[in-house]
Ligand binder design. Sequence first.
Ligand code: GLN
Length: 199
Amino acid sequence: MTTGILALQGDFREHAEMLASIGQAAVEVRRPEQLDALDSLIIPGGESTTIARLILRYSFTEPLRAFCASGRPTWGTCAGAILLAKQVDDLDRPGIETMDMTVARNAFGRQVDSFEAGIEIGGLDGKPFRAIFIRAPVIESVGEGVEVLGRLEDGAIVAARQGNLLATAFHPELGGDTRLHEYFLTIGAAERPRAGAGA
Ligand code: GLN
């Protein structure tokens, strides 16, 4: 089982460290051909306009869409969530456009560039997840097949899932809580043949 982390720009190293800390093999993905060998993929936070530009430049658009359509778990965090969304306010070029939700970039304004909040996340046991938001987007609305997993106190949606697709507006790779990475690795696990189980 290998998880890829799209490593064009942004927080890919922090995700790799988080995965290493829970014993999950991870590779940094810089070429579309690398996607074939992966079981799951994380699209990290960073600057969504920059990542979108690099996705176009390195011909990642169709391979990433095909990866998501293949049913393999794909998780967009912060800028990565922006790139997964079918509709985005204020992104000047296309992203992956696969998850049925509308996302607004930089939703919290300049005054509160970054903040932390405890979020109850569906599927996670124990205490609220201490989520770090950095110039974060918000999920303004979701389509019928999308399950809302977490909201801020004011009701704003900050975590959602549509089948194999997961989106979080915050940075789960910061703060040392591995529960969301562990949760991500359970997505689709029941359907995947176990390594060594034979064909
Ligand atoms: N503000 C960034 C964007 O719109 C996202 C911020 C982040 O990933 N921390 O791309």
